[in-house]
Ligand binder design. Sequence first.
Ligand SMILES: CC(C)(COP(=O)(O)OP(=O)(O)OC[C@H]1O[C@@H](n2cnc3c(N)ncnc32)[C@H](O)[C@@H]1OP(=O)(O)O)[C@@H](O)C(=O)NCCC(=O)NCCS
Length: 199
Amino acid sequence: MAGAHRGAVVPSPLPERVERYGVVVRRWEADDAPALHAAVLANLEHLRPFMPWVAHEPLSLQQRRALIEGWTVEWAGGGDLTVGIWRGDRVLGSAGLHRRLGPDGLEIGYWVDRDHLRQGVATAAARALTDLAFTVPGIERVRICHDADDAASARVPARLGYLCLRDSPAAVPEAAAGPGEQRVWIVTRDQWATTAHRS
Ligand SMILES: CC(C)(COP(=O)(O)OP(=O)(O)OC[C@H]1O[C@@H](n2cnc3c(N)ncnc32)[C@H](O)[C@@H]1OP(=O)(O)O)[C@@H](O)C(=O)NCCC(=O)NCCS
């Protein structure tokens, strides 16, 4: 759904919560600031090689709250959705659905807490977010990008049945990876409906 705003078509906010595959994936809210803050501070060295925003850490708790407020404004205006990955009251990681590839696509990003690695958390969250993305009318493709030499990140889209553009660069030419630095994976609405990612 989309609404008119100052003459332009503005997308509706993305759905803010999905619970399945053993995780709850929900939009970060102001009250979550202490939990997000603790999780980020505990993972700075784990994330530093892969997440450029770590260069701006450590933030204060007040700055963290402001960051979440910014995410909320962005989401409410139809932009990116930034979510926590939870099991009960434990933060397992963080993820996002980003509007980086035009009106008909979304990109998933994710990181997982260092004490919860290799338990299927990233795979579950990416699977849940792909499901969620395709509940949005007009979304026809979902993308995952990561450093080409990040083997753990690559396993997530591969396992979910995403197509690596290295293998089929003509599929979405405008999403072509940078010069050997990024790997780009894509799944279309039709592929998601028919692949065996739910097994
Ligand atoms: C990449 C990352 C999200 C994976 O999270 P995770 O919850 O441990 O991943 P999963 O448990 O769902 O495992 C997914 C696959 O990766 C494999 N894997 C996980 N860690 C691995 C590692 N260090 N080396 C090789 N393979 C690894 C798992 O065996 C699994 O493969 P399988 O499906 O063939 O069994 C996590 O390592 C991380 O937060 N990395 C730093 C941030 C990052 O790189 N984010 C990606 C940017 S989009």
